[in-house]
Design a protein around this ligand. Sequence first.
Ligand SMILES: Nc1nc2c(ncn2[C@@H]2O[C@H](COP(=O)(O)OP(=O)(O)OP(=O)(O)O)[C@@H](O)[C@H]2O)c(=O)[nH]1
Ligand SMILES: [Mg+2]
Ligand SMILES: [Mg+2]
Length: 299
Amino acid sequence: MFGPVPCRLPGGIKTCILRPVACVFTSSSRMAKSKFEYVRNFETDDTCLKNCYIVVRLDGRNFHKFAEQHNFMKPNDDRALGLMTCSARSVMEDLDDIIISYGQSDEFSFVFKRTSNWFKRRASKLMTHVASQFSSSYVFYWRDYFRDQPLLYPPGFDGRVVLYPTNRNLRDYLSWRQADCHVNNLYNTVFWTLVQKGGLTTTQAEDRLKGTLAADKNEILFSEFDINYNKEPLVHRKGTTLIWEKLEETVTKSVKLPNEAGEEVLVTRTRRRVGAHHCDVIGNQFWEEHPNILEDDNC
Ligand SMILES: Nc1nc2c(ncn2[C@@H]2O[C@H](COP(=O)(O)OP(=O)(O)OP(=O)(O)O)[C@@H](O)[C@H]2O)c(=O)[nH]1
Ligand SMILES: [Mg+2]
Ligand SMILES: [Mg+2]
């Protein structure tokens, strides 16, 4: 910015030269800024407690209706589950410090490592980044999974942040979500088998299942429909666990030293990629096979 500055030349001739006057505006805008800046103090501090695992759980908004309107298969739609996993993979690949995530139905939980300092551990930043990356991926990759089914309206996902201070707490959290997956999937499998194969109405199927235990549901499936629940697809019974895996990759590289002919050499490099598992995470086996996911409780 320049402003006219009058000055007198020899011989009494008046003229103007241009001098920078930006400083005038800067100081007034600085005053204005300081006058308004107090509003910043209205922001609440939502820094997550140190040393805790930070879990962000997303859940589809009103997916009961969304599934109906987009003709999801009952009880499980593999296109929908695939799209959820693809969106979660995009979250893990694009955001830092997520060590494991677990999903089933219309939900996904993302676990940030306990030493993470991403976005200074601010809960709202972490949650909104996860939710927006997930939602936009869900829409972006929709066509890859639902080829003939148009997306009729933009889906939404709610999010929450929960902190877990110990490895036991975190494992119990993941176990809780997987137990939820099992309970719902067993119920839904029997319910829709009674309707689709047994010819019951939804009300009749609901009445039939009232007060039944897991063993009763398994028995209905086995004795009436010849279905062994334990042989149903693992992705439906156990949900999806995403973790980072190391991949050894051998590639050919041309190397050329000065004044020498080029040479082809084999180079082995380690790449990280997100691997999907449909296994039990409640018992010890998974954690013994992947000892690097959890950090030491005593650090
Ligand atoms: N048919 C079908 N429905 C599914 C599938 N996955 C999720 N859903 C639907 O999504 C719902 C998810 O349940 P909730 O998250 O508890 O309920 P919601 O309707 O999303 O409601 P809010 O989460 O409270 O907004 C299920 O009850 C199903 O109706 C699927 O693979 N097939
Ligand atoms: Mg939901
Ligand atoms: Mg849900």
